[in-house]
Design a protein around this ligand. Structure first.
Ligand code: ZN
Length: 234
């Protein structure tokens, strides 16, 4: 199975936003809280920028972006507009570490000074905008997709609530994920369980999340195609 779909940058066209080839590897921060308490205390620039900027036919996400830690090498992410731009550390914001308590962990943030926009780096064990840890979610989804064969992982009541909501959300994501992944999914109309098992035959959840972000510019539980746009400095 190949993940080389080559999607990732939004292209402006008459029919709305299609996906262009040769995408960068980021996706922007989701702008709405999935539910209260999952996003932390500070969310970076909050303005909404509905205008589109075209760069050689490509439309780039604008505003704060989020990349997965393993999507780049080195101690900081490159600027998605121009990898030669200097990117500086730019503080951090707190995000709830898990579903179970109010403990927060810092998400590092970087600033491309020429572009004037920030890039936050999500640890690989984190889901975008969900407090539930990636390893726990993976085990729960495995159990949901294989009832009677794979036991549910131990979880607290709060975690069980998070996990239940996440699986319910994933069940709603089957059609858009199929549309994105296309021929990589062999079943014509897979159930959520079939889709999950097929994704898992390919890889583990951290890798699935990374590869949905790059090149597909999406994620497991959210559609990131409703984007702000990041324009190149002129
Ligand atoms: Zn830049």
């Amino acid at each position: 199975m190949s993940w080389s779909g080559g999607h990732g940058v939004l292209r402006r066209d008459g029919a709305g936003f299609g996906l262009a080839e040769r995408g960068p590897f980021w996706f922007p921060e989701w702008r709405r809280a999935e539910r209260a308490g999952t996003e932390g205390t500070k969310r970076g620039a909050e303005g909404l920028y509905p205008e589109l900027a075209s760069l050689g036919g490509l439309v780039l996400p604008f505003g704060p972006m989020q990349v997965r830690a393993s999507s780049f090498k080195g101690d900081r992410p490159p600027c998605p507009v121009d990898p030669h731009h200097p990117v500086d550390r730019h503080g951090a914001y707190g995000r709830y570490a898990n579903c179970d308590d109010a403990e927060q962990e810092n998400i590092e943030r970087f600033l491309c000074r020429p572009c004037g926009h920030t890039i936050s780096v999500l640890p690989d064990r984190k889901l975008p905008y969900r407090a539930v840890p990636v390893p726990l979610l993976e085990k729960h989804f495995d159990a949901q997709a294989n009832p009677g064969q794979i036991p549910e992982p131990p979880a607290t009541q709060n975690e069980k609530g998070c996990l239940k909501r996440a699986w319910a959300r994933f069940q709603q994501r089957v059609a858009p994920l199929i549309a994105t992944l296309g021929q990589m999914i062999r079943s014509v109309k897979p159930s959520a369980a079939q889709l999950w098992n097929q994704l898992r035959r390919h890889s583990n959840l951290p890798t699935i999340l990374l590869e949905l972000a790059q090149p597909f510019n999406t994620s497991l539980l959210h559609d990131y195609l409703c984007l702000q746009l990041w324009t190149s400095p002129t």
